[in-house]
Design a protein around this ligand. Structure first.
Ligand SMILES: NC(=O)c1ccc[n+]([C@@H]2O[C@H](COP(=O)([O-])OP(=O)(O)OC[C@H]3O[C@@H](n4cnc5c(N)ncnc54)[C@H](O)[C@@H]3O)[C@@H](O)[C@H]2O)c1
Length: 265
């Protein structure tokens, strides 16, 4: 039996990037899904996965920052598939700016999507999980904020670190009610978000900014979205049944080196 057969997953930010990679791996392992995204492009991605994997998928175009929309997305998922067994809180945003120039509007945009978006999504799905006797939440945090940071990432780092706290609290609060909550801490994967960050970092030569990310990673490459999807699949499956409140780093070793100059290779 495939790892996620019989599971129903709600995945946010599923049109492109990591969310698309997560949805692809979930489709491969037999999950039914509701793919949620701000962009109507999510329907095109879902259609590819239906064709390639025969996956049973509905889509919902909506904003994670809007609590009513997330409640509607959860209700439509439960109505179509009878339950919500896994929720992947993946949607997130990142904009770079020097701290002294960071506007309050841009700060609040990160808080609204990255923190309140995950909060709203969890509040929307948990009542169904309680009703059905359990469930599983996987939250996309980052190595940024909790472990490392680059200049210009103040709002992003602050909001991604906050998700570690939310993960731990929800894990404790729902442990006896059979809802597990874990978060992933990714280094870098090549996605539209990272391509945009590369343009903000080096408008003349964004490709060199991407190449330079790989230089600092011991494995000398960025993650593929489906490699991150495999971790989300493990955390969303019964194989990870004793894991809750964990923060799992997936970064090709990028947070390990003490220097870029000392060593024998
Ligand atoms: N790519 C990386 O290297 C990296 C590293 C660490 C963590 N992450 C995290 O992984 C998640 C996905 O990142 P990505 O690189 O795929 O981003 P991306 O920008 O490439 O894709 C994000 C997707 O989320 C959707 N989205 C954005 N705001 C939304 C909203 N308010 N409501 C619903 N959907 C929304 C977008 O339309 C898009 O489809 C984010 O939470 C990000 O912080 C990414």
């Amino acid at each position: 039996m495939a790892k996620l057969e019989g599971k129903v997953a709600l995945i946010t930010g599923a049109a492109v990037g990591l969310g698309e990679g997560i949805a692809e791996v979930y489709a491969k392992y037999g999950a039914k899904m509701c793919m949620v995204d701000l962009s109507p492009e999510v329907e095109k991605t879902a259609d590819r996965l239906r064709k390639e994997y025969g996956a049973d998928i509905i889509t919902y175009v909506g904003n994670v920052a809007d609590k009513a929309q997330m409640k509607e997305a959860a209700a439509k998922t439960a109505e179509k598939f009878g339950e919500i067994s896994v929720c992947c809180c993946n949607a997130g945003v990142c904009r770079l700016a020097p701290f002294e120039e960071f506007t309050d509007e841009m700060r609040d945009f990160h808080i609204d999507v990255n923190i309140k978006g995950v909060w709203n999504t969890c509040q929307a799905v948990i009542p169904y999980m309680l009703q059905q006797g359990g469930g599983n939440i996987v939250i996309a945090s980052s190595v940024t904020g909790d472990i490392v940071a680059d200049a210009g990432e103040a709002a992003y780092a602050m909001t991604k670190a906050a998700l570690v706290g939310l993960t731990k609290c929800l894990a404790v609060e729902y442990a006896t009610r059979n809802i597990r909550v874990n978060c992933t801490q990714l280094g870098y994967a090549r996605t539209p978000m990272v391509e945009k960050m590369a343009v903000e970092s080096n408008p003349e030569d964004p490709e060199s900014a991407i190449r330079d990310i790989a230089v600092g990673v011991p494995m000398k490459r960025l993650a593929k979205p489906t490699e991150v999807g495999e971790l989300f699949a493990f955390l969303g499956s019964d194989e990870s049944s004793y894991l809750t409140g964990s923060q799992i780093v997936i970064d090709g070793g990028s947070t390990l080196p003490e220097t870029m100059s000392i060593g024998t290779n």
